[in-house]
Design a protein around this ligand. Structure first.
Ligand code: HEC
Ligand code: HEC
Ligand code: HEC
Ligand code: HEC
Ligand code: HEC
Ligand code: HEC
Ligand code: HEC
Ligand code: HEC
Length: 491
């Protein structure tokens, strides 16, 4: 090798080394770069808070600094300042502050969002004390200590760290203005605040950056909307919408921080939970009432239209038809009207099938057993009660949620299949056992009535297959289909 060649090689290698160093530095720099340029405005009234908390709790100041609030000069005091007389206010370094920040505090500047949120079911999510589920948290799984006067002196730890973290606690203030650890930290959606207001904005808006991209992420809703009884997150992730979002997430994420993020306009596929339930479309404004666009309620044992309860109480609310029209407006940003109309037919049919075949009959039979004294009046002390609860509260909801948000596995294997198994293999045998057990004795008449109703349900069109009473025509058609199916792999 000539000297010249050697020199060229060394220079070449050195250049290569420098270039790779530059690439590494660029990648590392990118990683640690804060996406939103921090140009925080610290007003004089907030100077002390920021300076001291930068040392005492640097994470909080760091989050605040990258927020739109900081850029607009909205500092610690604008949210945390308390008024004289506020039950949760306390003296802190020369200012009257309160730790928790409630919807009325945000409403000072965001009145519209607060009014919509306040009108939603979300803001009432904390009112679950009287619910059947609550018996589980306070009695079956947990324990509440009462004094002789009937006051709760100790709450159930199962409720504090479970139910109430999603639904919201009733925040109590101790004598010194500090917050009762049995009730806070808590940012449940329907939290009952010391100022009497309901809900918490930070249930969805993580402090202190209040980022739009974070609020719009499906995982944000998935903190509460997941699991065996309402697996909306899992359903979404298994749907083509969830798949399309995940596949394009890197491309979408920078845009998700912008004020406008309109389906079909700023992104062409992969709507998230908020695109369908909250965000603006070409025609609709952003709403903080997540019930604005849904037509059924899929929560109870038997689904009904979402305005049914209000109509029954003589209240005027947005009709289910108008709500559906608005959801269709979202869908039609990306799909044709016929696709959407046909899809709604498929969805309605599934909800009605669940209602008619399992929801109504199981509810009727269960209530008969309970009201006639065949079951005790104690909740959850008998297996039949768990059977019925699993059927509607877990499996029946999963089937309906799978259909509502396009995840066939949830409609089928986690849904209707489990419902059917629970009904035929557990509910029916357990009812029969109850009837047998009461053939004679004081409840014999009630047992006979229950048996008559159970039999008439099993003999009805949808269930008679179970008694081997399928019609001859149907039997023949099924036999022919079975024959054809068995040939499938023989070719
Ligand atoms: C000299 C330092 C200092 C200054 C100034 C200061 N803080 Fe604090 N702050 C602390 C410390 C330390 C704590 C934690 C201990 C405590 O609760 O007192 C705290 C606690 C808090 C808490 C409650 C946290 C909790 O977990 O209960 C809030 C809210 C708060 N500060 C807001 C403010 C605001 C708003 C200002 C400006 C008006 C401010 N702070 C000024 C040091 C300071
Ligand atoms: C836009 C409103 C807003 C601003 C501005 C704001 N906070 Fe907060 N802060 C909140 C909310 C909401 C919570 C949640 C408390 C709750 O309601 O449970 C909170 C909670 C806190 C807590 C207690 C919770 C924890 O994680 O320890 C501290 C301490 C705190 N803030 C300090 C500050 C400081 C310091 C600043 C200024 C750098 C600041 N906040 C600015 C809204 C705000
Ligand atoms: C003193 C006025 C004020 C208060 C109080 C306030 N905000 Fe804001 N907020 C603003 C301003 C100003 C902006 C920036 C301009 C805009 O987007 O409207 C903003 C922006 C936002 C944004 C959009 C953030 C972004 O990235 O653009 C959210 C979300 C938000 N606020 C939530 C809240 C919540 C939740 C609370 C209560 C915990 C709250 N704000 C309290 C004034 C306030
Ligand atoms: C992981 C968060 C989470 C936990 C934990 C949780 N829930 Fe829920 N709960 C929800 C969500 C989300 C809904 C709404 C589901 C839907 O709309 O499909 C709901 C619905 C309900 C409803 C129906 C409300 C209605 O208007 O029909 C009741 C009652 C309820 N929960 C009570 C409880 C009780 C009691 C516990 C504890 C034993 C509990 N929940 C635990 C998130 C939770
Ligand atoms: C269920 C979750 C959720 C709750 C609870 C919630 N928000 Fe939001 N919020 C969002 C989402 C998601 C967005 C962004 C929607 C979009 O534009 O796509 C948003 C956007 C905002 C914005 C920006 C509005 C704009 O015009 O761009 C403000 C301000 C805001 N929220 C304030 C609040 C206040 C105040 C509360 C409490 C009263 C609250 N939010 C409660 C999810 C929530
Ligand atoms: C493609 C649009 C779309 C997406 C994406 C979407 N949903 Fe839905 N969602 C719907 C439709 C449609 C319904 C049924 C509406 C009706 O009954 O008319 C529904 C129903 C619901 C319900 C009511 C359930 C009940 O029990 O009554 C909840 C809660 C819900 N969705 C939450 C979520 C969450 C959380 C996500 C994200 C993890 C999500 N949705 C993603 C369209 C969507
Ligand atoms: C902190 C927990 C929590 C978070 C986060 C949350 N939800 Fe909910 N959501 C609930 C609870 C609890 C209910 C049932 C309220 C009730 O009926 O009592 C509910 C009900 C709903 C409903 C039914 C509303 C109605 O009017 O029937 C929809 C739709 C919904 N949520 C969508 C969302 C979306 C979209 C997000 C994310 C942007 C979200 N939720 C975030 C807890 C939460
Ligand atoms: C932001 C655009 C967008 C919105 C909004 C949207 N979709 Fe989709 N949807 C898509 C895309 C893209 C696909 C996947 C298409 C494919 O198969 O390539 C899809 C798939 C579907 C599928 C799955 C069909 C299959 O092949 O498995 C159904 C059903 C559906 N959408 C119905 C709806 C309904 C109903 C709404 C409103 C509640 C809606 N979509 C909202 C873009 C959207």
């Amino acid at each position: 090798m000539t000297l010249e060649r050697k020199q060229t090689l060394i220079i070449g290698l050195a250049a290569l080394f420098m270039i790779s160093l530059l690439i590494v530095a660029w990648v590392e720099g990118g990683r640690s770069r804060i996406v939103r340029a921090p140009d925080a405005v610290v007003t004089s009234e907030n100077a002390d808070c920021v300076a001291c908390h930068r040392v005492k709790s640097p994470g909080i100041v760091g989050q605040w600094e990258i927020s739109e609030h900081a850029r607009s000069g909205i500092g610690c005091l604008q949210c945390h300042q308390a008024q004289p007389g506020d039950i949760d206010g306390y003296e802190h370094e020369g200012s009257l502050v309160s730790t928790i920040v409630t919807p009325p505090d945000c409403a000072e500047c965001h009145a519209q969002e607060t009014a919509e949120f306040d009108a939603s079911h979300h803001s009432r999510g904390g009112e679950i004390l009287g619910s059947l589920d609550n018996v589980l948290a306070e009695v079956v799984e947990g324990f509440v200590r009462f004094d002789d006067a009937g006051n709760k002196v100790e709450t159930s730890a199962a409720a504090v760290s479970g139910c109430l973290q999603c639904h919201g606690s009733e925040v109590k203030v101790l004598e010194d203005g500090r917050l009762d650890p049995a009730t806070w930290p808590n940012t449940g959606i329907g939290r009952i605040n010391p100022d009497g207001s309901r809900g918490s904005c930070t249930a969805c808006h993580l402090r202190h950056d209040f980022s739009r991209a974070q609020a719009r992420a499906p995982e944000n809703c998935g903190r509460c909307h997941l699991g065996p009884d309402h697996p909306q997150l899992e359903v979404y992730q298994a749907s083509k919408h969830g798949i399309a979002f995940e596949a394009n997430r890197d491309r979408f994420e920078p845009m998700m921080e912008e004020k406008e993020w309109i389906p079909g306009h700023h992104f062409e596929q992969g709507p998230t939970c908020t695109s369908c339930h909250m965000s603006a479309t070409r025609d609709l404004p952003l709403t903080h009432d997540v019930g604005e666009r849904i037509s059924w309620t899929l929560r109870p044992p038997v689904s009904e239209k979402i305005d049914a309860a209000a109509i029954q109480q003589g209240e005027q609310v947005k009709s289910w038809e108008d709500r559906r029209r608005d959801m269709r407006n979202v869908c039609e940003s990306c799909h044709g009207p016929e696709w959407v109309g046909n899809w709604y037919k498929q969805y309605d049919d599934l909800v009605e099938l669940y209602n008619d075949k399992f929801g109504r009959p199981s509810t009727e039979l269960f209530r008969m057993a309970r009201s006639s004294g065949l079951l005790t009046s104690v909740e959850f002390d008998e297996e039949l009660e768990f059977t019925y609860f699993f059927l509607w509260h877990h499996e029946g909801r999963r089937a309906r949620h799978g259909a509502a948000m396009m995840a066939p596995d949830y409609t089928q294997w986690h849904g209707m299949y489990e419902v059917a198994h629970r009904f035929y293999m557990e509910l029916v045998p357990q009812l029969r056992e109850l009837i047998e057990h009461n053939r004679t004795g004081p409840r014999a008449a009630a047992a006979r009535r229950l048996e008559a109703r159970l039999n008439s349900i099993l003999e009805s069109e949808m269930h008679r297959w179970f008694l081997g009473r399928t019609s001859d025509a149907e039997k023949a058609a099924r036999e022919a289909a079975r024959e054809a199916f068995s040939q499938r792999y023989s070719r």
